[in-house]
Design a protein around this ligand. Sequence first.
Ligand code: NAP
Length: 246
Amino acid sequence: MLKDKVAVVTGASRGIGRAIALEMAKNGAKVVINYNGSVEKAEEVKKEIEANGGEAMIYQCNVSDFAACEQFIKDVVTAYGRIDILVNNAGITRDGLIMKMKEEDFDQVLDINLKGTFNTIRFVSRIMMKQRQGSIINMSSVSGVLGNIGQANYAASKAGVIGLTKSMARELAARNITVNAIAPGFIDTDMTSVLSDAVKEASVAQIPLGHFGKPEDIANVAAFLASEKGAYITGQVIHVDGGMAI
Ligand code: NAP
């Protein structure tokens, strides 16, 4: 489905990004596994891809660093010659009620989740425009759609990702580049494993399908959007949340 395509996945050392990297590789793409701090985990993802006959490289880059992203994308093009798929998955939470939220917790979440998404698109869009072909997938969240208590910073960043996605979809459509967002609900990863049992129970109660999703539930949709099968979809927010946003 993605044979000979080059896919860049940010935050692919763990969780949803890892599952996306594995799924893209399973479908034949060469995968760039971006990470920030977890070099060993990134290496493991690369090894798993190679063990299954795929091709991958790892690349350290803090996506909130504009200049580092420019170098990152340059280096990927030097290595693989093109970029067909960009998945902006890297993200963090720094939850807290607004009255207690530290300024740096607001800034850091916006810098990584929203500006990080801008940073990579800023440099990849030029390459995809030259190719007259590409697929960009940005990770939003159900919190960005519905809002969530204790997540003013995170919800704002993920709502921002939706605005960015829709604008980029309009701007890049003439060059045959699609831009979509996925809005996951609660997915079993390190990000949600820190939640208390009480919060987990309250969260499950909000999910019509009655359970958390798996990283693979998101990866399947990302691979579909990046493939020919998703070629006529752009500017959309695909909810993969067990019905939370109904
Ligand atoms: P996770 O398990 O905490 O993994 C986060 C990933 O992002 C890691 O690979 C991490 O890399 C990377 N990352 C963090 N900061 C980075 C930076 N500055 N530069 C580059 N990479 C960075 O999170 P997850 O649950 O898989 O979430 C993935 C995405 O889905 C996020 O955007 C998140 O907001 C979104 N999402 C998750 C859920 C959920 O329930 N899990 C729900 C909705 C949306 P290192 O470890 O190498 O630093």
